[in-house]
Design a protein around this ligand. Structure first.
Ligand code: AMP
Length: 172
């Protein structure tokens, strides 16, 4: 029996700002059946792509990414906001609605040729995911896929990831 993951994702209108409908995955994470089903579905897609590493960004990307890496018996690497990582980093900058933001990973996080799946809870405009793709490629890694629990299709984030293998478990 498969579960409908939508049953544990809450819509929170006007968070964090007016006009945004925030997809709250905390109820899904808190429910063991739904959490296990989510990780199982992510792993089913990821496994045949033979990743060596999962790359997730803070904060929900760490939760899903850590669990997925464990399920796949591979490693997890973290992309973080500038100033959080203690050793030498590389950086990618991406556009926000107003201004820009950046993500960093340790320079030694990806070996040349390593296959990396970039993961996040939500694909919205695709800026964050594209920055993670850039980080992997700056270090000579291969992007084995871009994987999301939720895709907000009306924001067309997939267009930013053209040429990559993109998958989401649920679409709105
Ligand atoms: P984007 O770079 O526009 O694709 O935004 C993706 C990032 O912002 C992800 O890390 C998401 O967790 C977060 N995000 C964007 N929109 C939403 C939303 N409506 N609900 C929850 N998280 C969101």
């Amino acid at each position: 029996m498969s579960l409908d993951l939508r049953e544990r994702i809450l819509d929170v209108p006007n968070f964090p700002s007016e006009g945004i409908v925030f997809k709250d995955v905390m109820p899904l994470l808190a429910d063991r059946e739904y959490l296990m089903e989510t990780i199982r579905l992510l792993a089913d897609w990821a496994r045949p792509r033979e990743p060596d590493l999962i790359l997730g960004a803070e904060a929900r990307g760490f939760i899903f990414g850590g669990a997925l890496a464990y399920e796949l018996e591979i490693g997890f690497i973290a992309a973080r906001k500038p100033g959080k990582l203690p050793r030498e980093t590389v950086e990618a900058t991406y556009a926000l609605e107003y201004g820009t933001d950046s993500l960093q990973i340790h320079r030694d996080a990806v070996s040349p040729g390593a296959r990396v799946i970039v993961l996040d809870d939500v694909l919205a405009t695709g800026g964050t995911a594209k920055a993670k793709v850039d980080l992997v490629e700056q270090l000579g890694g291969v992007v084995a896929g871009a994987l999301f629990v939720i895709e907000l299709t009306f924001l067309s984030g997939r267009n930013r990831l053209e040429g990559y293998d993109v998958h989401s478990l649920i679409q709105y």
